[in-house]
Design a protein around this ligand. Structure first.
Ligand code: SF4
Length: 339
């Protein structure tokens, strides 16, 4: 049996051909699965024989929702996968619409020291069906169109790039989720070769890079991945991505009190990013129970912000959504892990 929710339109057409069916039938099945969120083939305008073949060869993968925590700004969903592993997704309720933050792996091996989400080591990559299933469940739950996707839940998405690319392909399908590339943002801690691969792919989504330090020495103390990929290489790859796809790159910078939040750090960050189509997204740190870090005071954050502005660097401060349901940045699975 093939899980139909793991197939792009092209792969579904190929699979139908293997089964002796017309590949063009994919154009009937795909809108039913992703537009109408059908969970069976019943009622499709297809011959009985074709329906029999479909029923005998395809299943509909669905994650099971174990828990949903809600707040005005964000809802957090805990899903159980077919093998018993659990993942989390967050629905963010913006003024401009609904954005879903999806997880891409069970656990994460990147080991960023400030991150509660990555405390569980990577167990495995999510399948395409498990990626798509997060969108399907949430869209069905809220009964509304989704407006954007953040690929920045648990896991390093570029370690699971092939599946993430198929997921993006499905999410874009106009008679399904219909979410364009400009409304999809992928966040990475900076896996350089994969940044080039994504840049050259058919799905150059918005790219956010977790920087969190303006120098390699400091970055290595909070992000082990910095041992492999120095900042100079990350910036070179980011420039390539930006120029190739005419995209403004976002650099994420979490404010850790007394660690990376000095005016000196802000000055060095400005030098690193000068003359580049990018902006810095300053993130207030969400301290979790046993974290060795705390968030910088408001005045320190504003001073850091001012230094960047003075140097002509575009800078925003991420609106904090979901802290009350432990759905804010770095908090995914923190609470369920300590259960
Ligand atoms: S911040 Fe992202 S890449 Fe780093 S450990 Fe957490 S989930 Fe993994």
């Amino acid at each position: 049996m093939t899980d139909i929710c793991g197939l792009t339109l092209k792969k579904l057409a190929e699979r139908l051909a293997e089964l002796g069916e017309k590949p063009s039938r994919a154009g009937i099945i795909f809108p039913a699965v992703y537009g109408e969120l059908a969970d069976s083939f019943d009622g499709l305008p297809l011959k009985q024989e074709t329906l029999k073949t479909l029923n005998e060869n395809f299943t509909f993968g669905r994650p099971e929702c174990l828990q949903k925590l809600t707040s005005d700004a964000a809802d957090k969903y805990l899903f159980r996968l077919a093998d018993g592993n659990t993942i989390e997704s967050v629905l963010m309720k913006h003024e401009f619409g609904y954005n879903v933050c999806v997880s891409t792996q069970v656990g994460c091996n990147m080991g960023c020291r400030f991150c509660a989400s990555g405390r569980l080591k990577k167990v495995r990559d999510l399948t395409v069906s498990e990626l798509v299933g997060q969108l399907m469940y949430i869209r069905r739950d809220i009964g509304q169109k989704l407006n954007g996707i953040s690929i920045m839940g648990i896991g390093e998405p570029l370690e699971n790039l092939a599946n993430v690319l198929d997921f993006i392909d499905i999410a874009q399908y106009p008679r399904g989720f219909d979410i364009g590339l400009k409304h999809i943002t992928l966040s990475t801690c900076g896996l350089v070769p994969k940044i080039y691969e994504l840049a050259d792919s058919a799905a150059p989504v918005n790219l956010a890079i977790s920087l969190h330090a303006p120098e390699d020495g400091l970055r290595r103390t909070i992000m082990p991945s910095a041992n492999k990929y120095p900042l100079a290489e990350i910036i070179r790859a980011a420039r390539y991505y930006s120029e190739k796809n005419n995209r403004r790159i976002t650099f994420e910078y979490v404010m850790l009190n007394g660690v990376n939040d000095s005016d000196d750090c802000a000055g060095k960050l400005s030098s690193l990013l000068s003359g580049f189509n990018c902006y810095v997204n300053i993130i207030r740190y969400n301290a979790t129970g046993d974290s060795p870090f705390s968030c910088s005071p408001h005045e320190r954050i504003m001073s850091f912000y001012d230094v960047l502005k003075k140097h002509g660097i575009g800078v925003t401060m991420r609106r904090e959504l979901g802290a009350s349901v432990n759905a804010a940045c770095g908090q995914l699975r923190a609470s369920s892990l300590v259960d």
